[in-house]
Design a protein around this ligand. Sequence first.
Ligand code: ZN
Length: 327
Amino acid sequence: MNGSLQPLLEAAGDTLTGERLRMVERAYLTAARWHRGQRRRSGEPYITHPVAVAAILAELGMDHEVLCAALLHDVLEDTDCPEQELVREFGEPVVRLVRDMSALRDPRQVPVIWASETGERALMLKLADRLHNLRTARWLPEPKRRRAARQTLETLAPVAGRLGLGQLEQELERLAIANLPGGDGMQASFGVISAGAVLLPREWRARWLEEWLGELHTLPGRWPRIRFAVQLVSGMPRLAMTLRRPDGRHRPGAGGGRRAGLRCLRWVLASDVRTWSLLMPLVAWLVLDTAGERLGDAVTILITVPPVLAAGVRALRAWLRDRDGRG
Ligand code: ZN
């Protein structure tokens, strides 16, 4: 029976024994029974997906409850299995993880779930699920692939970074970029930009890349995109320096964080890229600069701040001119 549970057992190694191992095996049998007859787009039996997700989590050293939730994560949504049955068999904590993970389909739920008791474990589940889906994304239809790739760059890769899972973050970023549409200079330009973006502080990279990706989409055709990429990369060292500059504690007068923000704002306004799309991450950065480690708040703002409009850009330009005039 353990034929297709093998990848998980290998990943878990000796850490999974006794009652815990038996619980994981039961979760596997339950999931396999409910998913029987279902297939992935690749043609493989569906159960290979939850097993692969659980194996990723086992490699990250997650506990048996998370592994059970991983095995069962699509049972409630994709089969007729009653929730009560899972609660009875595996207990409320496991089912709660499954529920919270499903809620994460809406990125606005990230800060809510993060703040909750199951928080990080549900997020880990989501990350592992996305990782496996991106690894096998070549089977997905184009719009779904693009949506998953963008959402990964926008929300999930940064979450992995904040959880201290640098390697996972990098693989998510790499796979997301590889799954972007490649036609008409898109992939080439984005490749150039993401190579240049390694200069940026890691915690901001994914967010800016996502914005620039949106910008590339609005440009008409191959050459404007490549020109945009080259211009952007030539300005990258300056942007990186601005973002990395210490917050001025050792300079008289403090307020250095805000000064760096202003410098950054000037860089954005002076460049001839479409500024409003760049302002969004900048605003988020300024907010984070003041919000410190309150990641939940920051994520909420990242998601809810509407794109700043051209009028705002004009007003800011005027304001900066005034400041310079006075100073
Ligand atoms: Zn899944």
